[in-house]
Ligand binder design. Structure first.
Ligand code: PLP
Length: 421
């Protein structure tokens, strides 16, 4: 690569180009010699996440202006308390409980109870062996991807999507292919169909969705199933940590009941506000191809990715609280306040039917510029480009209603200012 540069260079007296270039190359060589961190990770860290960047900006603003004067809508970190029964179950666990290693898939009796619960809500019959306990949905997704991907396999994700998917897919040698949703932020079966090829291995869907709050209707899932009838090796990975956080009696269709070649990955992070406790599970469709081999692969992946097994205490807590969920009415009230703010300002959005995010159209195409205008008002939100869809901004309403109301004048000013400039 350096050859042509040297070939066309003709030194003249006093020309310092050569020593200068030698200096640069030596510096690069020296830097490489001491480079402990992988180049790939350095690249990831550079572009890592707008959410993280906003989080850091928030910490900076809070240190200057005080916590109460910064309106932070950047993180999907649940602030609604876990249900009382969850807290009671945590403290009531027997002190003599066994804390040693267990089967990598989790306690057999916990898997049995979870299988019964999943069978009830998805209207399919699962057995204990169809459940693999995991350290939250993030770990569950990695375990599934590790189990199914060979290098170069493609995974389709519907944009806008949860920012970590790309990292997770690449962790296991896969390639994430971003497929734009339709105008209403629902999967476009036509677009998915066009993207399918011999390398396609999985489609990740996420409903209720982060960042849009949309719930995918049954007819779209049925059409997805029809598409996949022609691709028996492709599985649907349904990422559902927000399943129980829905509004206005919205029903979330059963992926396991509609798509035979599917797995559900979920957690208690959002539904029980237990994000720090890292507990969730993978539920495998009883009709999936190569079911026995897949179960074996998921168990081995849990072990060799170093998770070993989901936390013992939290498995017991989850098993005792399967029908519990946080008070969704709190999120619903906040969603309605958010909606009324954006309706008044005149910014459009697809109404969130679940989760706790509102993905609003930026008043100008440059979503980052809009986020910066919001930061000037001490308001933190995440540019849509971080989710693979520029021109939008995500507001996470995991904050008190009073904060949402207090932020309203600043949001309005930011819109006015950005439209003037
Ligand atoms: N999937 C989606 C869509 C999410 O929004 C999140 C967390 O924000 C996760 C997965 C990861 O959740 P967990 O805490 O269970 O790993």
């Amino acid at each position: 690569m350096h050859g042509p540069l040297v070939a066309i260079w003709r030194p003249t007296p006093g020309d310092c180009t050569l020593p200068f270039m030698i200096g640069i190359f030596s510096a690069i060589a020296l830097l490489e010699a001491i480079m402990t961190v992988a180049r790939k990770m350095l690249g990831y860290m550079e572009n890592a996440s707008w959410i993280r960047k906003m989080f850091e900006e928030g910490a900076r603003l809070k240190s200057i202006h005080g916590k109460d004067r910064v309106y932070d809508f950047s993180l999907g970190n649940p602030d609604v308390p876990p249900p009382k029964k969850v807290l009671d179950t945590m403290t009531a666990l027997p002190p003599a409980m066994f804390h040693g290693y267990m089967p990598n898939a989790g306690y057999p009796e916990v898997r049995e109870l979870v299988a019964g619960h999943v069978s009830d809500i998805y209207k399919v019959t699962l057995k204990a062996e169809d459940i693999i306990m995991s350290c939250g949905a993030g770990a569950g997704l990695n375990v599934v991807l590790k189990s199914i991907l060979d290098p170069g396999d493609e995974v389709l994700a519907i944009s806008p999507y949860f920012v970590e998917y790309k990292f997770y897919v690449e962790n296991h040698g896969g390639i994430l292919v971003s497929i734009p949703s339709d105008e209403a932020f629902l999967p476009s079966i036509e677009a998915l169909s066009r993207a399918m090829n011999d390398r396609t291995k999985a489609i990740i869907i996420n409903s209720p969705n982060n960042p849009t709050g949309r719930v995918y209707p049954e007819d779209i899932l049925k059409r997805l199933k029809e598409l996949l009838d022609d691709y028996p090796r492709v599985i649907v990975i349904s990422d559902e940590p927000y399943r129980a956080i829905v509004y206005d009696d919205m029903a979330v269709p059963s992926v396991l009941g509609i798509i035979p070649n599917s797995v559900v990955v979920t957690s208690a992070s959002k539904e029980l506000s237990l994000a720090g406790d890292r507990i969730g599970y993978i539920a495998i469709s009883p009709h999936i191809n190569q079911k026995r081999e897949l179960e074996g692969a998921l168990i081995l992946a849990t072990r060799i990715l170093g998770f070993v097994n989901a936390p013992a205490l939290m498995q017991k807590v989850l098993a005792g609280c399967l029908n519990e969920r946080v008070d969704v009415s709190i999120y619903k009230r906040r969603r309605d306040v958010m909606r009324s703010i954006f309706d008044e300002i005149g910014l459009s959005y697809a109404p969130p039917e679940g989760a706790f995010y509102l993905f609003v159209r930026s008043p100008i195409e440059d979503d980052l510029a809009f986020c910066n205008a919001l930061v000037a008002e001490r308001i933190l939100a995440v540019p849509g480009r971080g989710f693979g869809r520029g021109g939008y901004v995500r507001f996470a309403y995991c904050v008190d209603e009073s904060i949402i109301e207090a932020a309203a004048p600043g949001i309005k000013r930011a819109v006015e200012n950005i439209c003037k400039s």
